[in-house]
Design a protein around this ligand. Sequence first.
Ligand SMILES: Cc1cc2nc3c(=O)[nH]c(=O)nc-3n(C[C@H](O)[C@H](O)[C@H](O)COP(=O)(O)O)c2cc1C
Length: 159
Amino acid sequence: MAKTLISYYSRSGNTKKMAEYIAEGFKTVTGMEVILKKVADTVIEDMLDSDVIIFGCPTYFGVMTAEVKDLMDKSVKYFGKLNGKIGGAFTSSGAIGGGNETTILSILQGFLIHGMIIQGIQKGNHYGPVSIGAPDENSKEECMRYGKMLGNLSLKISK
Ligand SMILES: Cc1cc2nc3c(=O)[nH]c(=O)nc-3n(C[C@H](O)[C@H](O)[C@H](O)COP(=O)(O)O)c2cc1C
């Protein structure tokens, strides 16, 4: 059974809510085990143990937060071992055009360097779910669809 890690950093709760919605979407795909963890509670072995790894954090100066970058940097210990796993990213920002897409891309860049598989989104937020402040109904939908999409991808790949 595919194991999924959703690791998030959230200071005021907006990204945390997004993480919960993504997990909810994931769980609609039969048999998916989802582990939802704060970045502070995540160890790099969690990444090694998971088939799908999703990172989320607020947009800080247009890139991922220091806590997430620290985890990404530590994951170099398993460079080569995350190859072929599925990756994903999401973020909450204060403003439209406040750097949310570049934040997602900064996370996905790290995952691509690990050799991970990234699925883009044809309809909706193309790189991964974004929310301006707390997720509204539309962001909630984006998150749930994203979880479901990556869940289905992992089922397809594990066949
Ligand atoms: C240090 C810091 C830097 C930030 N930089 C940006 C930014 O570059 N662009 C933006 O739109 N919002 C920025 N914000 C706002 C947060 O991304 C936004 O409030 C987000 O919704 C917080 O998510 P959280 O509730 O998960 O902590 C910044 C906030 C902080 C504290």
